[in-house]
Design a protein around this ligand. Sequence first.
Ligand code: 13P
Length: 338
Amino acid sequence: MSELNNIALKIIGDGKGILAADESTGTMSKRLENVNIVSSAESRLTFRETLFSSDSMKTCIGGVILYDETIKQTGSNGKKIPELISNASSVPGIKVDTGAKVLANSSDEKITEGLDGLRERLKEYYKLGARFTKWRAVYIISKDCPSKLSITSNAHALARYAALAQESGMVPIVEPEVLMDGNHTAEDCLKKTSEVIKKCYDELILNKIELKGTILKPNMILPGNKSKEKISSEEIAKLTLECLKESVPTEVPGIAFLSGGQTETEATENLNSINKHNNTNFIMTYSYGRALQQSALKFWSKNTKDIKGTQATFNHRAKMCSLATQGKWSQDIEKQDN
Ligand code: 13P
C-alpha cells in the first residue's frame, strides 16, 4: 500500500500537478473543430504528443491522464505514449469510466458508467504502463439537485471503481465534479459540494479503500456561472478550504482541482490563493484540462508546424500553475514570463 502512496506523491508532490488530456474522442473533436482543425486520430495525437514532449513535463507535470485511444498510440519517435510520459519522469494515467449517462428516475441528473468489465480493462491498462486512473462523477446544482439518488449512486460507483483500481496496483483519482452551471451562490456550492464529498468518503471507507493511495479531484467552491454574485479569489480560497477541511479524511495525501470552465488565469489565481491560505495537511494542486491546454491549442491551431512555439505556450501555463501550488504566482509574474 505504501507503493500506492508513493505513486500519489510522485504525481502531486514537489510543486507538480496533473495534465488532464483524457478528453473523449467526441469532446476532443469539438475542441479541435472549434479552432478549425479537422479531428482525426493523427491530429489528436500530434497535439497531445507536442505537449507530452515539452520541457515543463519534467518540472511541472507529475502525471498525465490519457484517454483509451492515446494510451495505445505510438508517437512520431517510435515510442509508445506511456513511455514518452515516463521518460519525462511523469506518471501515465488513464480515464477508466465510460461516461455519464442519464440516471433512471431522474430528469436531469447523470450516473457515470463503466464498472462492467472494469477489472479486465484495468489489467490491460496496467500492462500498457498506467499507474493511476480517473473516474468522474458529475452533479448539477438546482433547487432539488444534486438529489440523494444522484449523490448515493455516484458515490457507490466511485468507491467500487477505486477498490478495483487499487486491487490492480493503480492510484484512483476520485473525481466528484459539482458543475458550475447555474445561478446558484457560492454558499450553495459549498453546501452541496460538502454533502457530495462526504458521501463519497462514506462509500470509499465502506469499500475498504486505502485513502493514502488515492487523490481527490474536486471542483473549487465558486458561484454559478450565471449568478450575479462576484467573489474574490481570497473568498473562493476560504470557502474551498472550509469545504475540504470538513469533508476530506486527513489520510488523503492530496487534492488536485479540476478547472471546470474557469479561464486559465482564474484557475491559476484561485489555486494560488488556496495555497497561500492552506491550513490543512493536504497537498493542493491542479489536474487541469482546459486551464492547461487552451492557449496552447489556440496557438497550435494557427501554427501547426511550430512545435517549439506551442510548447513554449504550454510551458508558460504549466509553470504558472506550478508556482500557484506554492502560493508564489502573481499577475506580474504572469505578464513577465509570457
Ligand atoms: P477541466 O480542467 O477542463 O475541467 O478538465 C478536468 C477534467 O479532467 C474533467 O474530468
